[in-house]
Design a protein around this ligand. Sequence first.
Ligand code: FPP
Length: 262
Amino acid sequence: MQNNPESSNSSVLTYPELLAQLQGDRMPRHIAIIMDGNGRWARLHGVRRSAGHKAGVRAVRRIVETSVEMKLEYLTVYAFSTENWRRSRGEVNYLLKLILDSLITEIDELNRNNVNIRFIGSRQELSSAYYRKVMETCTRSWNNNGLHLNVAMNYGGRREIMEAFGEILQDVQSGKLNYADLDEKKVGDYLYTSGMPDPDLLIRTSGEKRLSNFLVWQAAYAEFWFTETLWPDFTREEFLQAIIDYQNRQRRFGARKVQDKI
Ligand code: FPP
């Protein structure tokens, strides 16, 4: 099914027009994206799923470029979940290789653009050779202080919290951490995203409206933005539209803006 411009979030405004609408003082610091719909895009175009994932990488490139241009601080993309191992062996191997190869191909360009890349996810299940190559490539960007790009890879929000529990328990047992000092901020220090702000805006493409185990702890107060657009078709214009929409929302974090009498 082709996306219908009337029912999707697609824009008639041009990129410069949308840029002009952005309010510099209300920029989200951290945007997280569930990039969904590569498979459906492939089916729609009568091509193999692998071609859908390749088109997905081109969309990642587009959105990273736009994020750099906008001087966004943090962008987190969901590349491979702890549940994605349930896909066919062929697709899993293809995705793992595509993600690593893309990273290796793009690292020089990312460095030129001052992008600092982290892989956030679990080491379990990944071979040590794979993990080593990922880390070798990422560390080449760690002196950069522009966009912080998190690639969520073998990532699961519950797994992340479980791993944090384990480390907290160890630190309490060894006396490194006093249990009485444990609060929400301290728990955050044990997550893969330690030291980063929580996502302000969470985008999911392809019409699904689920969190799918993504940033379960961190997204507690994120604003959600859903679009019917399949990830490979996600444009920089639609990305800006999502941000403009976010900027026009009122975030209350559980409080009231006007304190009416009770
Ligand atoms: C969801 O589409 C997409 C994925 C599981 C993989 C996303 C990965 C990429 C776009 C590559 C990322 C690469 C880098 C370097 C960050 P789907 O296959 O679930 O689509 P479907 O629901 O339509 O079948």
